[in-house]
Design a protein around this ligand. Structure first.
Ligand SMILES: Cc1cc2nc3c(=O)[nH]c(=O)nc-3n(C[C@H](O)[C@H](O)[C@H](O)COP(=O)(O)O)c2cc1C
Length: 346
């Protein structure tokens, strides 16, 4: 069972890399290109003084983006976590690990997660578990990497896509309990199907430290599970299920909730990060794109990409007349006709 679990982690990694490399990610709705930036008033501003800091999870971060949850749980994924954490350390950004449930079942796999704290000793690290785990497991996952926060993923679409996935979901009471009892701030996170207005309002009532809307147009676990699943006798067609990251961010605006939003799903440039912040996110994160750079071009290339984003972000802020991130949601923009239609229907 545990071997199968580790094997699944390896398959996720190689298939996600393949779909990003071949640019085969499915498109579910409006993309970042559906939001155009419009010149605003010529107020005084400068790249040098543009302040990229964001406050979230009780912490102040120098950069409003981080490496999102991907992996751990096998020998080869340990190497990937080691490289990701080294890059996070060198560039001063936060990092999340993949689901630690495999290491709770098989303690031999814990090293593949602990390596992240070793390589990023003073960094902000985010633990990761599914929403069905008891609070005892949450505490163990946090302790395993001395985490500063934990993501609890809700992934009905992914579970139903898998032959071996869960079939019933009674998560709300457990999520409430985890949020109340967790030793660190809790982020509730989707993994690629996005979140709509009603779900966001329901989750906000639980008062998590943040919600990651986890939208589409990036890594698709529906696509990945379909590709790896040779035994699924009842495959589902989820090609028209879900909201993109841009749509989910607009849904969060409509939901008018008092919980910080993190944007993940298809983020592959500093421009995407900027657009996500314009649409109300407090931070953004990237998984598949960073992974594909690492796997294809290596650790130095990933470090270089992140440093480039760190140079571009203050320039984009200056272009948009923002001297700090709180001004980005006020930057003028144009939405495409399709996106306007989506906003009306949300
Ligand atoms: C190889 C791989 C493994 C992942 N494993 C996890 C996981 O264990 N837990 C989780 O919450 N999200 C996991 N994700 C989802 C990402 O954290 C992210 O939500 C999703 O990939 C969308 O972002 P992207 O389009 O930038 O990849 C994984 C993503 C990838 C690419």
């Amino acid at each position: 069972m545990t071997d199968a679990h580790s094997n699944r982690k390896n398959e996720h990694l190689s298939l996600a890399t393949k779909f990003w490399r071949d640019d085969q990610k499915p498109v579910v709705g409006a993309s970042f290109d559906d939001v155009r930036w419009v010149p605003g008033p010529l107020n005084s501003r400068s790249v040098e003084t543009a302040n990229t800091q964001t406050s979230l999870l009780g912490e102040s971060f120098e950069w409003p983006f981080y490496i999102e949850a991907m992996t751990g749980g096998s020998e080869s994924t340990k190497k990937v976590n080691e490289q990701l954490a080294t890059v996070a350390e060198m560039t001063g950004i936060a990092m999340a690990v993949g689901s630690q449930s495999v290491a709770l079942k098989d303690p031999d796999q814990a090293d593949s997660f602990k390596i992240v704290r070793e390589k990023h000793p003073n960094g902000f690290l985010i633990a990761n578990l599914g929403a069905d785990h008891p609070i005892e497991n949450v505490k163990k996952a946090v302790e395993m990497i001395d985490a500063n926060a934990i993501e609890i993923h809700v992934n009905v679409g992914q579970e139903l896509s898998m032959a071996e996935g869960d079939r019933s979901f009674n998560w709300l009471d457990n999520l409430k309990h985890i949020i109340e009892e967790s030793p660190v701030p809790v982020i509730i996170k989707e993994v690629g199907f996005g979140m709509g207005v009603s779900e966001l309002r329901q989750l906000a009532e639980l008062q998590p430290a943040a919600i990651n809307i986890g939208g589409g147009n990036g890594t698709s676990f529906y696509q990945i599970e379909q590709a790896r699943d040779r035994k699924n006798e009842v495959p589902l067609d989820l090609s028209s299920f879900g909201l993109s990251t841009v749509e989910s961010l607009l849904a969060a605006q409509k939901a008018d909730i008092d919980v910080p939003i993190i944007a993940t799903g298809g983020i592959e440039s500093a421009k995407d990060v900027t657009t996500a912040l314009m649409l109300g996110a407090s931070a953004a994160s990237s998984a598949g794109y960073f992974l594909s750079v690492l796997m294809q071009d290596g650790q130095d290339a990933l470090e270089q990409i992140i440093r480039t984003w760190q140079q571009q972000l203050p320039k984009y802020m200056t272009l948009l007349g923002a001297s700090d991130l709180s001004q980005l949601p006020h930057a003028p923009r144009l939405y495409s006709g399709d996106l306007m239609n989506t906003i009306d229907q949300l």
